[in-house]
Design a protein around this ligand. Structure first.
Ligand SMILES: NC(=O)c1ccc[n+]([C@@H]2O[C@H](COP(=O)([O-])OP(=O)(O)OC[C@H]3O[C@@H](n4cnc5c(N)ncnc54)[C@H](O)[C@@H]3O)[C@@H](O)[C@H]2O)c1
Length: 420
């Protein structure tokens, strides 16, 4: 089997996580270069993968200024920094694995999708859910006609109250202008999975939702701007930062607050950085709950709810067909298939693939498949090719437009506006 070589653009949480695959499977994948402006991150990645000095760069501009160094690049920079390095990588002849969302800018998504169909390179998007055992099992059950013709889907993304606070109130995805609307940043995976399961083009989209809890008018009386500044409700507040970030567990999400995970460095991060702020006194503007209704060309309908107000960080789904139902709870690794005729319910228990941190095994499944496609040198595209991903991104753009304007969006004419 040919060993694939890759370079990483953006050695942050996601990129570093994916490339653990190279350390677990050195016969399949070798990391040969990195571009990362933060010296601490770059050096740590360099030593973990034994990279040569001259193959460690401060930015993607410096990386693309030298002749091609690897078969493929992983682009794991922040949402608004996807378009430029992706176009440069494809022009330079690299195969590309790009983090989602492709871009918060609809026009850039179209341009990337068009580029994908022109170049003879693998160009995949990290829609990791398609590579989970859970959703691929559901997809096979549907394709085999187990519940007859699919009619309706009811899907929930249970964000988790603490996860909302970490990422979408205090963290990197809290402001639409700086990253993306929540429906794109968090739920483009879910819209993509609904498109895949429905098995047909999406035709119409409507949506409601708002930011209504993590706002200053909900702040407890006397709550200071930062939790450590003598908050009078520290005992009862669900979001008091030391409860989350000053425990013995320094895995994610704590690992996101500081590169130095000593107690003192974390304490300082809470005194000075974004994760120490009161959740009711942040500068967040993305929604904390949203519903989306979808209609597909084959008359399947889907209702999707994304909510911060759940204990578990999980996904639950119910698929209704003419001959039966499928109920699934991703984080419990459980799928139940109900047959109307026999009245019987069959339970399928899946192997635990590592929970939500690795997206139920999807992260590593995606990398494995990307390497297969690269070894075939772009002769075929995978489950999450960029040209296919454009449609699910447009479902998210349309949902956001509908939420703001209060109207139903026809997806074909909505997308057409950005193509001209
Ligand atoms: N697929 C998924 O399920 C999933 C989950 C979470 C996040 N994401 C997405 O993954 C992406 C990365 O998220 P993250 O949490 O790893 O972010 P991060 O901020 O930890 O990492 C991004 C890195 O890019 C680096 N960078 C900035 N400018 C650069 C430049 N010019 N050249 C090279 N590197 C540069 C930053 O210094 C940083 O280290 C985001 O788009 C995010 O939305 C995807």
């Amino acid at each position: 089997m040919k060993k694939v070589t890759v370079a990483l653009i953006g050695a942050g949480l996601r990129g570093v996580n994916y490339l653990e695959y190279a350390l677990q499977h050195p016969d399949e994948l070798q990391v040969v270069a990195v571009a990362e402006p933060k010296a601490e991150r770059r050096d740590s990645f360099k030593s973990r993968h034994g990279l040569e000095d001259e193959k460690c760069f401060d930015s993607w501009d410096e990386f693309f200024a030298v002749p091609k160094l690897a078969d493929a690049v992983l682009i794991c920079t922040q949402d608004k920094q996807h378009f430029d390095p992706t176009m440069k990588a494809l022009e330079a002849g690299y195969h590309v694995l790009l983090e989602k969302p492709m871009s918060p800018d609809a026009k850039e998504c179209i341009l990337m999708g068009e580029m994908a169909s022109r170049v003879n390179r693998v160009f995949s998007i990290c829609h990791v859910l398609r590579y989970t055992h859970f959703f691929s099992t559901i997809k096979s059950l549907l394709d085999n006609g187990t519940i007859g013709k699919l009619m309706s889907i009811d899907h929930n993304e249970n964000v988790g109250y603490w996860h909302q606070a970490h990422s979408f109130v205090r963290g990197n995805w809290r402001r639409k202008e700086d990253s993306s609307p929540m429906i794109l940043a968090k739920s483009c995976h879910d819209l993509d999975i609904l498109l895949w399961l429905a098995g047909s083009d999406c035709t119409r989209v409507s949506s409601f939702g708002s930011l209504s809890h993590f706002t200053s008018d909900q702040a407890p009386e006397g709550a200071p701007l930062r939790c450590l500044d003598g908050c009078p409700v520290s005992d009862e507040c669900l979001y008091y930062t030391p409860k989350h970030y000053l425990t013995d567990d320094t895995n994610w999400p704590t690992s996101a607050i500081s590169d130095d995970l000593s107690y003192n460095a974390r304490y300082k991060a809470l005194q000075e950085g974004p994760y120490g702020r009161c959740v009711y006194h942040c500068d967040n503007d993305v929604v904390d709950h949203q519903v989306v209704n979808l209609e597909f060309a084959n008359s399947v309908t889907a209702a999707f709810t994304m909510s911060a107000f759940t204990r578990d960080v999980s996904r639950t789904i119910k698929l209704m067909g003419t001959k039966g139902e499928i109920h699934g709870a991703m984080e419990k690794n459980e799928i139940e298939v109900i047959d109307f005729d026999s009245g019987k319910a069959e339970r399928i228990s899946l192997v635990d693939m590592g929970g939500h941190v690795g997206h139920g095994g999807g992260d590593m499944g995606l990398i494995k498949d990307f390497l297969r496609l690269v070894r075939e040198d772009g002769k075929c595209q995978g489950l999450t090719s960029a040209d296919r991903s454009v449609q699910s991104h447009f479902m998210a753009f349309a949902a956001e437009q509908s939420r703001i304007d209060g109207r139903i969006i026809d997806l074909t004419s909505f997308t057409h506006r950005f193509r001209t």
